[in-house]
Design a binder for this molecule. Structure first.
Ligand SMILES: Nc1ncnc2c1ncn2[C@@H]1O[C@H](COP(=O)(O)OP(=O)(O)OP(=O)(O)O)[C@@H](O)[C@H]1O
Length: 692
């Protein structure tokens, strides 16, 4: 007998089929045939996956043998919480014991890092490897580029960021360098031979320093899984492997899955091709399309096409937008949430008015009882929310911004993490370079000498202790060496060592940054975050792979019971929903972005982005169309205002799906502004007249 299933009653028949697929009675919960759930926006994908995991556990699956991979750490912990809530209905307090044991829930990269440490010895890795984020990787690329003399070439060699992006594209999409250059970086094609040398040098440098970059976590994992015995061993650790947001995985990720579960037993993937928005990270929608036929017999497909989130008019408009996509696989969504309010297409003068219009609307909603937290403003690029942030600050309206500058991107937070990373792995040159150059009197040459001295030694920290101090930095050098050895000898222990690190760093912080007071607050916050991790290694790994979202210029994420408006890039809004949603700058040049209008594949991805943004709204959707907006120096002309037109993704034929409004509601109501618009002056001739 299956464990009582009344907790599944709220699910619709398709969701329920997906949840119950291949779940066997208690004690016999082994494996099931592969399952693909194609789930449209708001069709309860996350809900269904959480129920499936709970259902597996309730029916005897061992939570320690469930591998659950999500797109972000936030999504993984949210999923674990939901699983517990569902399982609790059947198991009572025992549920938390079981869900706490869901140790293998995380992102692909995070899980990869853990497995690589577990198998390090067998694959020739030192398990104490540290992980470079994208900026560190670009810095290391830069060091190698410099060593090879490419930074001194006559015509300009691609920047470190571009070099790293090309490298990353090659390894993630498993594509030859020349092909990547031809397709995505034609202006760098002449540097093919040098780039090849650079990438070879970069790989050797990483290995000498015992560091892995983001891409390596998948690349090494895929390599490890290409050895059948190891693949078998890793695959054998898990009875069930479930993957969310499968549309945003790349070829390496699908190769890893196939290697772990060649017959697809126990494998469940969930995704929506209409929401695929990460092709710039080499994600490929083909992973979803090809999934069923990879197995024999093919995977079972269950489609969820009932949307529970949005009202019918919002869904009709979103369907209209995605209907115009060149290629589509999922069906249109339907809902029974009736409403007479169509989504609004709001024409406004410029970005300042856009901000004022939104604030007015947000406050109106709040008057009507809708919390700020139930409202979100979404945008294509982090910089687009500038005017709005000013308006909100001016009006004293609290907000939290997701996406864009991350907490960990702030220089001072990176400095502290570099210190911990250097203790963890003293061969990590990027970390060492960063730290040593914080000391007054230490430049690149003396830092390089010290690091060279260390790299050859069997005990690099001991070598550092005995290295001669750079002549102009004697005192600072001594306290630097001291703090490194103190943390290394772990007298303080984790996480207390962070306080040691901070005390060492604070005088440098005060010297380097004028706003050191706010930055200190970030460091305290970092200590609070650290206390949630069992060890220095786990803290560094998890934080590097999936940094917290809050920006450092706020005083930290507000407490849960406070109310605040959500500002988010569309990419970071993935998987979320709000009662009322405003989308900024729904104009050509922003959506599609100026940077994304190259190929038709890029344009299609921009269309899906608008679709993702629109499908976040439950009751109320406003698409803002400023007639003038400000672009940042991508063009020869630099920063400037341009006249914008409504996005091409909403052509005339779709206008009937929207209510068209302007703001301020009656333009004539502001006679001063209307009058001012009629004024024409010739200041040039007045200026000339001064001198004649
Ligand atoms: N069977 C159901 N009955 C009622 N409401 C449901 C049901 N399934 C899901 N929902 C509700 O629908 C909304 C969307 O669910 P969920 O967030 O799981 O969707 P999703 O498919 O992950 O969305 P997206 O892919 O767009 O992020 C949630 O508010 C959820 O509570």
């Amino acid at each position: 007998m299956l464990a009582q299933a009344s907790y599944l009653d709220a699910l619709n028949p398709e969701q329920r089929r997906a949840v119950e697929h291949g779940v066997f009675p208690l004690g016999n919960s082994t494996t099931s045939a592969p399952l693909l759930v194609i789930a449209g926006a708001g069709s309860g994908k996350t809900n269904t996956l959480a129920h499936r995991v709970a259902h597996l556990i309730v029916n005897g699956a061992d939570p320690r043998r469930i591998l659950l991979m999500t797109f972000s750490r936030r999504a993984a912990s949210e999923m674990s919480r939901r699983v517990e809530r569902i399982a609790r209905k059947v198991m009572g307090d025992n549920a938390s014991v079981m869900t706490d044991a869901l140790a293998w829930a995380g992102t692909f990269h995070g899980i990869g890092a853990r497995l690589l440490r577990d198998y390090a010895e067998q694959i020739g890795l030192d398990p104490a490897f540290t992980i470079h984020d994208r900026e560190d990787s670009a810095d290391l690329m830069n060091l190698v580029r410099h060593e090879l003399g490419f930074s001194r070439t006559e015509t300009r060699f691609p920047t470190k960021g571009t070099c790293h992006a090309i490298y990353s594209r090659c390894v993630n999409s498993e594509t030859e360098l020349d092909q990547v250059l031809g397709a995505s970086y034609p202006w760098c094609a002449a540097w093919s031979a040098e780039l090849r040398d650079l990438f070879a040098g970069y790989v050797e440098a990483k290995q000498r320093q015992n560091v892995l970059d983001y891409d390596d976590l998948l690349l090494y994992w895929a390599q490890m899984a290409s050895e059948p015995l190891l693949a078998d061993d890793i695959g054998g650790r898990f009875d069930h492997v479930l993957v969310d947001e499968y549309q945003d995985t790349n070829r390496l990720q699908s190769a890893i899955l196939t290697a772990l579960k060649p017959h697809g037993h126990g494998l469940t993937v969930v995704g929506d091709d209409a929401q695929s928005i990460y092709s710039f990270r080499a994600a490929t929608v083909r992973n979803i399309l090809d999934f069923p036929r990879q197995f024999s017999p093919p995977a079972q497909i269950i489609t969820l096409d009932r949307n529970y989130r949005s009202t019918q008019p919002i869904l009709a408009a979103a369907n209209g937008v995605i209907d115009l996509a060149r290629e589509r696989f999922t069906k249109n969504l339907w809902t029974d949430r009736v409403s007479s309010a169509k989504p609004q297409l709001v024409t406004i003068r410029d970005e300042t008015d856009q901000a004022r219009a939104i604030v007015a609307r947000v406050l109106d909603n709040r008057e009507g009882g809708m919390k700020l937290k139930e409202q979100a403003v979404l945008f294509r690029t982090s910089s687009h929310s500038g005017s709005l942030e000013v308006e909100l600050t001016r009006r004293n309206i609290p907000f939290v911004k997701f996406g864009g500058l991350k907490f960990l991107d702030a220089a001072h937070v990176k400095d502290m993490l570099a210190l911990l990373r250097f203790v963890e792995n003293p061969r990590d040159r990027v970390a060492g370079f960063r730290l040593m150059q914080l000391l007054p009197g230490v430049g690149p040459a003396s830092a390089q000498r010290a690091l060279d001295h260390m790299i050859a030694a069997p005990d690099p920290i001991d070598a550092l202790t005995h290295a001669p101090a750079p002549p102009r930095a004697a005192t600072d050098w001594r306290s630097f060496v001291e703090v490194i050895s103190q943390i290394k000898s772990s007298h303080a222990g984790w996480p207390a060592e962070l306080e040691l690190a901070r005390r060492w760093y604070e005088p440098h912080l005060d010297r380097i940054h004028e706003d050191s007071l706010t930055r200190r607050a970030d460091l305290i916050q970092l200590e609070a975050i650290a206390s949630g991790y069992p060890s220095r290694e786990r803290f560094l790994t998890e934080l590097t792979l999936d940094p917290p979202d809050a920006t450092s210029d706020q005083s930290g994420v507000p407490l849960l019971d406070e109310d605040y408006l959500i500002l988010s890039t569309i990419h970071s809004a993935k998987g979320q929903e709000w009662k009322s949603v405003y989308v900024l700058n729904v104009v050509d040049g922003c959506m599609p972005s100026d940077l994304g209008t190259g190929t038709s594949a890029e344009i299609e991805e921009e269309r899906r982005l608008l679709y993702v943004a629109m499908t976040r709204a439950k009751d109320d959707l406003h698409l803002m169309v400023p007639q003038r907006f400000f672009t940042h120096g991508q063009h020869a002309q630099g920063d400037r205002h341009v006249y914008a037109s409504r996005t091409r993704f909403i052509p005339e034929a779709l206008l009937g799906l929207f209510e068209r409004t302007t703001w301020p509601q009656a333009p004539a109501a502001d006679p001063a502004r209307t009058a001012a618009q009629g004024v024409r002056m010739d200041i040039n001739s007045r200026m000339r007249a001064i001198w004649r």
